[in-house]
Design a protein around this ligand. Structure first.
Ligand SMILES: NC(=O)c1ccc[n+]([C@@H]2O[C@H](COP(=O)([O-])OP(=O)(O)OC[C@H]3O[C@@H](n4cnc5c(N)ncnc54)[C@H](OP(=O)(O)O)[C@@H]3O)[C@@H](O)[C@H]2O)c1
Length: 339
């Protein structure tokens, strides 16, 4: 049994806990602690009711400083700093860092110094982590002695399987990605101050807002052969969840729409089964809400211009897909430790 703690109980932290209860994981993974600055009653309330994913599938209540889910009692802490919790008393295997507050390896090391044996980060993090994993593509890189691993980003998890298939099919010379991402909690509902980014001062509900993305760095880390060859940009749009990446690739040899769609459909049924989807139906983003896959190719939108310019549309549930991948990486890491 893998014993995990969740640090940061926001969109991703709550999705991780819920994915564990909705999925087939409870006999393999036990959440032994949650750390979140908010109070326990609000944590329970936001577990029970979720505007995006609906009601929690089990009874949720509070018992002293524990979140009670069915028969399970999960101790909760409300610390801001790693060493404010006695992690060593919890006999943990792994901490899932889902707060977004620790983007450097040094931040993860603070948890290790405070008694956490391993940290799995919910963002790309600094380049000095032991491994950056897109589950399905490179989880074999996790080694027993690793202590800080990143689950990359939701956009990297979406793009890498597609680039992998396209590289194998026809070679990728260069390209661009445009992420159209649903709103996030770093945006205000109406205009408000933000310390680092002027664009994140603007009301999330009123605008399409260009934002920074680290996807090009993610691609470089996972597929160094494409370093500097894929330009990436992103914008936030006023939806609650589900995002899409519009990818344009210059290929090494001419291809057809049929060839590209067949290769992606085959990968969805084989190498990336359960992680990649392929559809030819007429979809809107909401159709992919609560979809656990990393990427779903919309085959109706595939275009090939003049033989070597391929345009692809790739949907993903940025919350639910990513939370499920974090659990996949955590389970894989545990298997590596047990071998
Ligand atoms: N949302 C997505 O679609 C998505 C997808 C993939 C990856 N990610 C990544 O996952 C991370 C979290 O994103 P999110 O969307 O879940 O953000 P979120 O909804 O804002 O959740 C973050 C939670 O962590 C808490 N927190 C802040 N500092 C903390 C600390 N020092 N210790 C413990 N908890 C702390 C926050 O509390 P306060 O609000 O009080 O600060 C908040 O409740 C980010 O790195 C993000 O890039 C997000």
């Amino acid at each position: 049994m893998l014993r995990i703690a969740i640090n940061g109980y926001g969109r991703i932290g709550r999705s991780v806990l819920r994915a564990l209860y909705e999925g087939d994981y409870r006999d393999q993974i036990k959440v032994v602690a949650i750390n979140e600055p908010s109070d326990i009653d609000t944590m329970a309330y936001l577990t029970r009711y979720d505007t995006t994913h609906g009601r929690f599938p089990r009874p949720v209540s509070v018992s002293e400083q524990h979140l009670q889910i069915g028969e399970d009692l999960i101790p909760c802490f409300h610390a801001h700093h790693a060493n404010d919790v006695d992690w060593s008393a919890l006999n943990l295997d792994m901490l899932l860092e889902c707060s977004g507050s620790f983007s450097e390896r040094a931040g993860a090391e603070d948890f290790i110094a405070a008694g956490v044996p391993r940290v799995l980060m919910s963002q790309p993090a600094s380049a000095d982590v032991d491994a950056t994993i897109v589950y399905g593509y490179n989880q074999s890189q996790i080694e027993q002695q690793h202590t800080v691993v990143s689950s990359a980003s939701c956009t990297t998890n979406c793009v890498i399987p597609v680039l992998d298939v396209m590289q194998a099919l026809c070679g990728v010379e260069h390209g661009t990605t445009q992420t159209v991402h649903s709103a996030m909690n770093d945006q205000p509902v109406i205009d408000a101050y933000h310390t680092k980014d002027l664009r994140l001062t603007r009301a999330a509900l009123s605008s399409v807002i260009p934002v920074d993305t680290g996807l090009d760095r993610g691609i470089t880390r996972l597929m160094p052969e494409l370093s500097g060859k894929i330009g990436c940009s992103a914008m936030r749009v006023p939806t609650l969840n589900v995002s899409v990446i519009d990818m344009v690739l210059r290929t090494s040899r001419p291809v057809t729409v049929d060839e590209v769609n067949t290769a992606l459909q085959d990968a969805a049924a084989d190498k990336y089964a359960g992680l990649m989807g392929f559809t030819q139906e007429a979809h809107a983003s909401v159709d992919f809400n609560h979809d656990p896959r990393s990427v779903i190719i919309d085959g109706t939108q595939t275009q090939v211009i003049d033989g070597r310019l391929v345009k692809l549309l790739c949907w993903f549930d940025n919350e639910w897909g990513y939370a499920n991948r974090m659990l996949d990486v955590a389970k894989h890491w545990q298997r590596v430790l047990n071998t």
